[in-house]
Design a protein around this ligand. Structure first.
Ligand code: URA
Ligand code: SF4
Length: 184
């Protein structure tokens, strides 16, 4: 087994936090491990938990659409989450759950070594970039950290609930397109 498959095995059998109890399937993430672009959401929802795949519900359909609008395909990128198991009733992940899970994500990012990491929503932004960053002020603006470019984006689920955020999410994707066109 290679490093990536070993990591997958660790995640799908993990019991490091309380979220293990309520899950049907841990969601490791999926896509191209040779990609330059990674999207990181918050955690699996109901459909993701059921299928063991990231962003396959309503928010996922919008994410796919946004990816396609900038000329990419879902299979060209990698899609993952901060926590790999579903928080019950889609509540926010707790700080101790994020802490327990984040080394898996760091290992995934180290393995893929992407040029751009797009954070989807507040939890992803706060975990991966900085807890004090305001998404409403900083979305769509690239931040350099530890030799990587992070691009804070709105969460597609937020854009489904609040129509006015859809244009902002589209703007965030346009910024990603620009970064990729200039080689990041
Ligand atoms: N929302 C997320 O943050 N992640 C998913 O995988 C699905 C919905
Ligand atoms: Fe393990 Fe992460 Fe699932 Fe918690 S959320 S049980 S740390 S894989």
């Amino acid at each position: 087994m290679n490093v990536w498959e070993e990591l997958r095995e660790k995640v799908v059998t993990c019991n490091k936090c309380a979220l293990a109890e309520g899950r049907t399937n841990a969601v490791f993430g999926e896509g191209d491990v040779n990609t330059q672009v990674v999207f990181i959401g918050e955690g699996p929802g109901q459909e993701e938990d059921r299928q063991g795949r990231p962003f396959v519900g309503a928010a996922g359909k919008l994410l796919d659409k946004m990816i396609e609008e900038i000329g990419l395909k879902r299979s060209d990128v990698f899609i993952g989450n901060i926590v790999k198991c579903r928080p019950p009733g889609n509540r926010d992940p707790k700080p101790e759950e994020i802490d327990a899970c984040k080394d898996y994500l760091f290992a995934q990012i180290a393995f893929i070594n992407p040029k751009v990491i797009c954070t989807l929503g507040r939890h992803s932004l706060h975990t991966l970039v900085h807890p004090d960053i305001s998404i409403s002020k900083e979305h769509g603006r690239a931040v350099n950290k530890m030799g990587k470019v992070f691009l804070p984006m709105y969460h597609p689920a937020a854009a489904l609930y609040r129509r006015e955020l859809l244009d902002k999410l589209r703007y965030d994707f346009e910024q990603l397109k620009r970064l990729l066109e200039r080689g990041v």
